[in-house]
Design a protein around this ligand. Structure first.
Ligand SMILES: NC(=O)c1ccc[n+]([C@@H]2O[C@H](COP(=O)([O-])OP(=O)(O)OC[C@H]3O[C@@H](n4cnc5c(N)ncnc54)[C@H](O)[C@@H]3O)[C@@H](O)[C@H]2O)c1
Length: 320
């Protein structure tokens, strides 16, 4: 009998790639998503698998989520929840703090509550570099103090906190993965996605928020889900915290804008709005140490710029 896994945010960008990866790894998977950003088309391949079921629901609607878990545990319990549902629009959370409270923190809170109720004792959590705030240098899993500068980062850090607290109560294992910027097909947001949308509307000019100097590591979603499943299978501590990132490389926003123009709309003029931040709460520069990740036996193949180029090509196809 295949072990059963539940993915929240399953129809979103990373969630849908994760579903595909978990099915390929031989697990039985149930996905839930409220379809605010998720798309059924992202699950087209998964929906053909007899090992996949999907239910549209809001994780914060405890009755609906409970009903789903009840129905789908009739043939055996879930082993692990992969909690991907959250707000993915960091800038939106700067204007309305309710967004990250509800979508980034309370989704984790409600997921944990129901996991306890249904005796599900393993969680894999999508955390973020945003929890580190503006710490300088190559960030390790023990870097601190942790002072996020966005509501999104704060609510992710709060989520990490209630996960580790749940380890004291009922969880037997937690995997907290701190993603960098993730790019690839089925993107629902992010700089490449925005650039391509803008160029589709106006192929002659690309407006870029900031001055293009922001520099961050970008990881391809295919590599991300590979690392997530690898670490889940290989690292079996009670608490497993990992930064996942390309090694020693990053991409500037200028590089991303120029590459998008080159590949999608050659000759378009790039206009920078100025300032070294894209939006309030944007961490304009950071870098990760991935020594722990490599020590666990996983190494990225693509550099940040290679991941960016691949993602631009994939998303041009998406848009057409
Ligand atoms: N993409 C990145 O660069 C990045 C970086 C760091 C962390 N993350 C985290 O990874 C996870 C996945 O992000 P993504 O980039 O795929 O974003 P996404 O918006 O494509 O995916 C999130 C999915 O969750 C769903 N969702 C939101 N609220 C929900 C709710 N209350 N109930 C049910 N479903 C809900 C959305 O409809 C969406 O399909 C998120 O937790 C995000 O914070 C992403």
């Amino acid at each position: 009998m295949k072990t059963k896994h539940l993915v929240t945010g399953a129809a979103g960008f990373i969630g849908s790639h994760l579903v595909d990866k978990l099915l390929a790894a031989g697990y039985a998977v149930t996905g839930v998503d409220n379809m605010v950003l998720g798309k059924r088309a992202n699950l087209a391949a998964a929906l053909k698998s007899p090992d996949f079921t999907f239910q549209e629901l809001d994780v914060n609607d405890a009755d609906a989520f409970r009903g789903c878990l009840k129905a789908r545990t009739a043939d055996g319990p879930f082993e692990t929840v992969w909690h991907m549902a959250a707000n993915s629009d960091i800038a939106a959370g700067a204007n309305d703090p309710d967004i990250d409270l509800r979508l980034t923190f309370l989704t984790t809170y409600h997921t944990l509550r129901l996991m306890q109720e249904f005796g599900i004792r393993q969680i894999v959590f999508a955390s973020t570099s945003a929890i580190y705030g503006e710490l300088q240098g190559a960030l390790t899993e023990t870097s601190g103090p942790l002072h996020p500068i966005s509501n999104y980062g704060a609510m992710k850090l709060g989520s990490e906190g209630i996960i580790t607290a749940a380890l004291e109560r009922f969880l037997k294992g937690a995997w907290i993965y701190r993603f960098p910027n993730v790019v690839g097909s089925r993107a629902t947001h992010g700089a490449i996605y925005d650039f391509l949308k803008k160029l589709k509307k106006n192929p002659a000019e690309l407006e870029v928020l900031g001055d293009g100097s922001q520099e961050k590591p970008y990881l391809h979603v295919g590599e991300l889900v590979d690392a997530m499943v690898f670490l889940f299978q290989k690292s079996r501590e009670r608490l497993n915290v990992f930064n996942i990132s390309p090694e020693g490389s990053f991409s500037t926003v200028r590089y991303m804008a120029e590459a998008t123009v080159r590949l999608a709309s050659p000759g378009a003029k790039i206009r920078y709005t100025g300032g070294n931040k894209g939006w309030v709460g944007d961490v304009s520069k950071f870098q990760y140490s991935i020594e722990k990740l490599k020590g666990a036996g996983w190494k990225p193949r693509l550099t940040s710029n290679e991941a960016v180029e691949l993602a631009i090509k994939e998303n041009i196809e998406n848009l057409n």
